[in-house]
Design a protein around this ligand. Structure first.
Ligand code: MG
Ligand code: ZN
Length: 222
């Protein structure tokens, strides 16, 4: 019998993730890993953010999915450079997949590379990709218990965007509960209330991204 340690696999992944990050820093590319359940609105949020950001900086996207290129086609329709990674069943992206995808991509030097992870609230949390920051998209249609039930996803991110808040009135969604669970699991983390559909809250997300990129890549004067 052979036993493969998950710890070893993760350590190998972390090494490639560190190399990816070094590469992205050298190329002047700020990288955001977007995570969340299927249907949370990760692609919709991207579709809403990309046109706003690319007015002033280059943007590009790596799309991770088990199958199809439907999300990549939605991004390509905006004339944004995009590479689709089909994981062929794997339920998360890993750093090696991102490394290959980055080679195939027209890198957004001086701008932002978005990586949309496979829709899944569990194992993508454990795989670093070489990103600077993570954003978890959680939607009100998923229910208010998801933060408490999937702690690693919410402990290993820097920000959470609560999406579809325009629909909250039709659901019994307890936003206070979500805020309290997040305060416990992610103290000091950023929280955005957004609707990719109506545009609500997108300006805050955009400002956050610009500031986080600037503090890493733009030299301060004086
Ligand atoms: Mg998607
Ligand atoms: Zn997985």
């Amino acid at each position: 019998m052979k036993i493969v340690s998950a710890k070893k696999i993760l350590a190998g992944n972390d090494k490639i993730a560190r190399e990816n990050l070094e590469f992205f820093e050298k190329e002047g590319v700020f990288v955001l890993n977007i995570l969340g359940s299927p249907g949370a609105g990760k692609t919709s949020l991207l579709e809403a953010l990309l046109p706003r950001l690319r007015e002033s900086m280059p943007v590009a996207v790596i799309e991770g999915d088990l199958a199809t290129s439907q999300d990549a086609e939605r991004v390509a329709a905006l004339d944004v450079p995009v590479v689709q990674v089909n994981t062929e069943g794997a339920c998360h992206l890993d750093a090696a997949m991102v490394s290959s995808a980055a080679e195939a991509l027209d890198l957004p030097r001086g701008g932002i590379l978005f990586i949309e992870n496979v829709g899944n609230l569990v194992c993508p949390a454990g795989f670093r990709l070489g990103e600077h920051l993570r954003l978890v998209v959680l939607s009100v249609t998923e229910g208010d218990d998801k933060v408490a039930k999937y702690p690693p996803m919410f402990q290993k991110t820097q920000a959470v965007a609560l999406n579809k808040v325009d629909l909250a009135g039709a659901l019994e969604f307890d936003e206070e509960k979500v805020r309290k669970d997040l305060e416990r699991l992610l103290p000091g983390g950023r929280f955005f209330r957004v609707s990719a559909r109506t545009g609500l809250g997108l300006e805050e997300v955009e400002t956050w991204l610009r500031e986080e990129r600037a503090c890493r890549f733009e030299e301060t004067s004086g």
